[in-house]
Design a protein around this ligand. Structure first.
Ligand SMILES: Cc1cc2nc3c(=O)[nH]c(=O)nc-3n(C[C@H](O)[C@H](O)[C@H](O)COP(=O)(O)OP(=O)(O)OC[C@H]3O[C@@H](n4cnc5c(N)ncnc54)[C@H](O)[C@@H]3O)c2cc1C
Length: 324
């Protein structure tokens, strides 16, 4: 029995959703060591050191020019090649947008079912029993996956990372055999996010605006508060639909899922699809004119009032406190 885990890296470092996937993978592996595969580009730094204490025996690094940019089919082919080589009975990965896309390709290539966004998993007689997040986070589904090889991804920020006493794993590089189809999809350009260099997904504080901001210009005060707090700017879908902010700023089911220490939601009603993206926040501060707004049920703190008055007042108070 062998469990293979696909790891992603951000800026060269193995990211948190991947380490969370490793923790759940060890449960699937019954506590045994797992093997890991990571697609390498020139940014990847010392994966062996980063994976010490995560129960990984060998980290297989897929190398090749194709992996310099995001190439989901190519990564899937690398995973499939390795899964066959190590005789994997389970293949686990992070349930990020990219992780789920890669696993959809893996499932198609292996003609197997795939359970996305799991929060628990345990092997059963003919597959695995899983609990997974469905419908944008509004329900948890308990399911049994019947398959000779269990394919699953782990819901980001739903599993706490647990470390072990294991030493750093060996690193083995390999050059996967790729089909022509693997090279068909590649990144040709990158457009910088409007979040001032702070990634929405990783930010510790996010200041977000909704329809209540009133216009694209209404985000000036949100950007100012965010800059003061070293925060990223987010928004609701009402805002991206109005063209006030780019889709890269959207928080929610069809946007980015975030888990900051603090989420400040300004003029956002708190629709289920929005909450699906921010329910991982440790604290939520809602600023809303409507005392009945649904977001208040999820908020730890609330200010009932006009964001056009509250946000500048908050910024001024923080600025004054900082310079005192
Ligand atoms: C399949 C699907 C996927 C979706 N995915 C997403 C998603 O990923 N992310 C997302 O956000 N939405 C998503 N939506 C849309 C979602 O259902 C809501 O329509 C959207 O989140 C509403 O955005 P909002 O809260 O900014 O606007 P509204 O619902 O219009 O709320 C505006 C809020 O601002 C308050 N307000 C108004 N003026 C002020 C003021 N001056 N000061 C303070 N408060 C004020 C109001 O009281 C209200 O609560 C999705 C919908 C569907 C069907």
């Amino acid at each position: 029995m062998s469990t293979l885990v696909y790891l992603e890296h951000a800026g060269g470092e193995i990211d948190e959703p991947s380490l969370q996937a490793l923790t759940l993978a060890r449960a699937v592996a019954g506590g045994n060591m797992v093997a890991a595969v990571v697609a390498c580009n020139s940014l990847l730094q010392a994966p062996s050191d980063a994976l010490a204490g995560h129960g990984v025996s060998v980290v297989h690094v897929a190398e090749g020019e194709t992996f310099e940019s995001y190439a989901p089919r190519a990564v899937a082919e690398a995973i499939v090649e390795l899964a066959r080589r190590v005789g994997a009975t389970a293949v686990v990965g992070p349930g990020t947008e990219r992780g789920n896309e890669v696993f959809a390709h893996v499932a198609a290539l292996l003609d197997l079912p795939f359970a996305a966004n799991c929060v628990t998993a345990a092997t059963s007689e003919d597959g695995a029993d899983v609990t997974r997040v469905r419908w944008g986070g509004s329900l948890l589904e308990v399911a049994r996956v019947h398959a000779p090889t269990t394919l699953l991804t782990v819901q980001p920020h739903a599993v706490a990372i647990e470390t072990t006493a294991d030493a750093a794993p060996e690193v083995e590089a390999f050059a996967p055999q790729l089909s022509d189809a693997a090279r068909a999809l590649r990144v040709v350009d990158r457009v910088g996010a409007s979040t001032g260099g702070i990634s929405l997904a990783d930010a510790k504080v996010v200041v977000s605006g909704g329809r209540g901001a009133g216009s694209a210009d209404g985000f000036g005060m949100i950007e100012e508060l965010a800059a003061l707090l070293g925060a990223a700017v987010g928004c609701s879908r009402a805002v991206t639909m109005a063209g006030w902010r780019p889709h890269t700023d959207q928080v929610g089911q069809t946007g980015t899922k975030i888990a900051p220490d603090l989420y400040i939601a300004c003029g956002i009603s708190g629709a289920t699809q929005h909450l699906a993206g921010c329910k991982g926040a440790k604290r939520i501060l809602a600023i809303n004119t409507d005392p009945e707004a649904p977001i208040l049920a999820s908020a730890d703190y609330a200010v009932i009032g006009d964001m056009h008055e509250i946000v500048p007042a908050l910024t001024a108070a923080i600025r004054a406190a900082k310079s005192a």
